[in-house]
Design a protein around this ligand. Sequence first.
Ligand code: HEC
Ligand code: HEC
Ligand code: HEC
Length: 126
Amino acid sequence: MYNAKAVITGIVIFVVLFSSPFWVGYLGQNYTKTDIVLPKDEKNCIEDVEFMRAQHMRLLNEWRDEALRKENRVYVSKDGKKWAISLQNTCLKCHNNYKEFCEKCHVANSVYPYCWTCHIIPTEGK
Ligand code: HEC
Ligand code: HEC
Ligand code: HEC
């Protein structure tokens, strides 16, 4: 068959273009590109940053369950440190610039947590 090269090239281009919504979405998960504002006075989060990036939603669910179902208000991180289980008084105490941290990254990733109908967002990043 002549021109097999062109046909194969065509197929490859087609597959790449056709699947692009999927892998572009996947690359979009690399949300390190958002210029979020990190706390100034603290160097570390509760757990390491990779864990927090990937698992903070699960951690928050776990926290809620611990607090409400088991009445446990203390979280022990992997390095043995103890933290009060509180969205407000722990997470948002360090990350007090909600708009430039949580919200910025969520908007960039089209995530809109419904938590704030009940929980209070700090309004000033001070
Ligand atoms: C319908 C109202 C409501 C919504 C929506 C809601 N919560 Fe809560 N949440 C509560 C109440 C009430 C408590 C209990 C507060 C307490 O006893 O300290 C609580 C407690 C918690 C706690 C543990 C204690 C604390 O003060 O932080 C966490 C963590 C938590 N919620 C996370 C979340 C997250 C994350 C979302 C969104 C995904 C969310 N909640 C959405 C009402 C709500
Ligand atoms: C003691 C202060 C402190 C507390 C409490 C804290 N954080 Fe953090 N958090 C930080 C710091 C500092 C970083 C940046 C760490 C780094 O870059 O190595 C960070 C990083 C993160 C990141 C990753 C950001 C990125 O670079 O991608 C997420 C997500 C996050 N925190 C969510 C939370 C949530 C949710 C809670 C509560 C369960 C919480 N943090 C509690 C200080 C804190
Ligand atoms: C570096 C980016 C980034 C930062 C910073 C960040 N988030 Fe998220 N968050 C995400 C992504 C991405 C998701 C969706 C993940 C998924 O669905 O797998 C998410 C999901 C969540 C969810 C679950 C929402 C749902 O509807 O399932 C909660 C709750 C949440 N984030 C809370 C917070 C809070 C509170 C902060 C600030 C203290 C924060 N996040 C900071 C990226 C971030």
